[in-house]
Design a protein around this ligand. Structure first.
Ligand code: GLN
Length: 193
């Protein structure tokens, strides 16, 4: 099983560490050559991608500059499992990669609550610690989207087919269950490679 982590900017190293801890192979994606070699080498069909937290405006610009926008978008539309956290959630929404039927509200918690920790119920997992850093929430979601967690009534985690997103940063806690959930999606649903 191999996980490609978009490493244009932001918190990619923490995802790398967590996936490695769980026994998955990882590769960092910085340019089109990295992506092409990831997509063309076989891993028994089991591959997935992670888009980390960071700054979605910068990530979007670098993704386009590196000609990664279209190939990544197409791979996700073709069924590649993808995990998006925080800015990664924003990247998957209707206004960015436009692969997931959600609309993210950026920097949604105001100045005072820009960053905070909490613990909430996550569907199928139980209570998980959640670290929010100038995070979004999901303000609109289409009928295909399953909301998996809420904080103060706002949707902060969701799944739509091969896409799993969290507004918080599971890679910044020691709780590995969300990454495990994603790896089970990769094991079950990755297109043949
Ligand atoms: N505020 C950032 C953005 O809008 C996201 C913050 C994060 O990823 N920690 O892209």
């Amino acid at each position: 099983m191999k996980i490609a982590i978009l490493a244009l900017q932001g918190a990619f190293a923490e995802h790398e560490q967590m996936f490695k801890q769980l026994g998955a192979e990882t590769t960092l994606i910085r340019n089109l050559a990295d992506w092409s070699s990831f997509m063309s080498s076989p891993f028994g069909g089991m591959r997935g991608a992670a888009i980390p937290g960071g700054e979605s405006t910068a990530m979007m610009r670098i993704m386009k500059d590196e000609c990664l926008f279209e190939p990544i978008r197409q791979a996700i539309l073709d069924g590649l499992p993808v995990l998006g956290t925080c800015a990664g959630l924003i990247m998957l929404d209707r206004y960015h990669l436009d692969v997931m039927d959600i609309l993210a509200k950026r920097n949604a918690y105001g100045r005072q609550l820009g960053s905070f920790n909490t613990e909430e119920e996550f569907k199928g997992i139980g209570k998980v610690p959640m670290t929010f850093i100038r995070a979004p929430y999901i303000e609109e979601a289409g009928p295909e989207v399953e909301i998996l967690a809420r904080v103060e009534g706002k949707a902060v985690a969701a799944r739509q087919e091969n896409m799993l997103v969290t507004a918080f940063h599971p890679e910044l806690t020691s709780d590995t269950r969300i990454h495990e959930l994603f790896l089970s999606m990769v094991a079950n649903g990755s297109p043949a490679g």
